[in-house]
Structure formats: C-alpha cells, structure tokens
Write a protein that binds this ligand. Structure first.
Ligand code: ADP
Ligand code: 5GP
Length: 217
C-alpha cells in the first residue's frame, strides 16, 4: 500500500465531546473561542438559555436565547442532553446537534458548568473528556469579571459568590488547567485534545490499517 493510501485508511475517528468548564471569568470562553477559530475538527455546541443576551452576543451563535416556557417544553420533551440552573438562569444542551456531530465523526466543544458535565459524562461515558479551568487567584477572577465589563455589579457579585461553590467541584474533571498565562493555558488545552484524539479506541480507522500493515509483504 502506498503511504498516501495508508494515510487515508487510518484517518477514521470517532467524535469526541470536549468540555471546557470554569467558574465565570476564569477564561473558558476565551479558550473556547481560540479553539473554535483555529481547529477545524471541532464545533461549538450552542446551548439554549433563559438568560438575557449580553451586548456582545449574537442569538444562534453564542446561545439560543429562549423564554422559560420554551425551555421547559424542550426539557420536558427530552430534547436536552443535559440542563442546569446556573446563577438563577436555565441552560441546556440541545441533544440533536450533538448526536448528528458524533455520528458524522466530528468533535463537539461544550461550554457547560459542572452539573452539566456530570450529566454528559454519565450519558456518554466513553465519549466525553472534561477540563476544568481555574483562575490563578480569587482577586484575579474578580479583576477579570470587572475588566470584561459585560455584567452589572450585582451580577458580578453573584458570580463571585458562586465561584467558590463551583471551584469545590474540581475533582469531577479529567484535567485541570490554571489559566494564568493565556498562551500557556491554550497550549495545554490543545495538548489534551490532541492526546485524547489519539486514544486507540477513538481511532476507528486503525483496525483495517493494521490489517493492511500485517498483510504487507
Ligand atoms: P469565562 O468564559 O470563564 O466567564 P472569559 O473567557 O470571558 O471567562 O474571560 C473573562 C475575562 O478575562 C475576559 O475579559 C478575558 O479577556 C480575560 N482573560 C481570559 N484569560 C486571561 C488570562 N490568562 N489573563 C488575563 N486575562 C484573561
Ligand atoms: P454565562 O452566563 O457566563 O454565559 O454562563 C454561565 C455558566 O453557565 C457557565 O459556567 C457556562 O459554562 C454555563 N453554561 C452555559 N451553557 C450551558 C449548558 O448548556 N448547560 C450547562 N449545564 N451549563 C451551561
């Protein structure tokens, strides 16, 4: 077999669900954005939420912004893979988009909290890898929330209160990254994704490829 044919035949891969979670302000959206821009093999799972849209957000891109009634209907009809109440709002992952991506062998990035992470890991135990992003200090977390300037003082205070509760759940994750230097944290995220993609059971094209190797004269 020529090297080109061989490259083709081992390329098959099973889709991977990649969770990036963190207390609000630690940097998960920044890291997610970099990954989505630079890695063509992964797409963002766009959640539904009942929270009000921020000025920088686009409906259908960052979230699907929906009413509480609509959220309840989706949840009650089993259309959410997971859902949770976070900071007084409801958030959920539409099931269908995830199923479509996985069956097409594409990776999906989840920007969800620890409660959602527990649910997707339970439902898709082989297919989900979860990373928790920590801030270098609580002082820096507060500074980042203020610097982002997207939320009111009241919302920031609520998010800082919740941060300690969320940080206490760190043991539920497969990997933990302290996001002090953004470039370094992003390199770590890429390294984990690259390694997880190489896991033997995710490389579905290997079976035939190895058979071919063994059959070579
Ligand atoms: P999250 O999605 O976790 O709520 P964001 O990604 O929105 O957090 O980051 C919060 C703020 O902190 C943003 O203004 C972002 O630019 C900034 N930020 C993210 N990572 C770093 C870092 N390593 N150093 C300094 N500022 C950062
Ligand atoms: P924000 O309002 O800052 O966009 O998000 C608040 C929190 O909700 C973050 O921790 C974010 O990861 C989480 N979140 C966003 N979408 C979902 C979702 O679909 N499910 C769950 N469980 N959490 C979500």
């Amino acid at each position: 077999m020529s090297p080109a044919m061989r490259a083709q035949s081992f390329a098959g891969r099973r889709g991977l669900g990649f969770v990036l979670a963190s207390p609000s302000g630690a940097g998960k959206s920044t890291l997610s954005r970099l990954l989505i821009e630079q890695d063509r093999e992964i797409a963002l799972s766009v959640s539904v939420t009942t929270r009000a849209k921020r000025s920088s957000e686009i409906d259908g891109v960052h979230y699907h912004f929906i009413s509480r009634n609509r959220f309840q209907a989706l949840r009650d009809h089993g259309e959410l893979l997971e859902w949770a109440e976070v900071h007084g709002n409801f958030y959920g992952t539409p099931r269908e988009a995830v199923e479509q991506a996985f069956s097409a062998g594409r990776d999906i990035l989840f920007d969800i909290d620890w409660q959602g992470t527990v649910q997707v890991k339970e439902k898709l135990p082989e297919d989900v890898v979860a990373i928790f992003i920590l801030p270098p200090s609580m002082k820096e977390l507060a500074a980042r929330l203020h610097r982002r300037a997207e939320d009111s003082e009241e919302v920031i205070a609520k998010r800082l209160d919740n941060a300690k509760v969320e940080i206490a759940e760190w043991r539920r994750f497969d990997y933990v990254i302290v996001n002090e230097d953004l470039t370094r944290a992003y390199d770590d995220v890429k390294a984990i994704l690259r390694t997880e993609r190489l896991k033997r059971f995710r490389q579905t094209g290997l079976e035939g490829f190895v058979e071919g190797l063994l059959a070579e004269g």
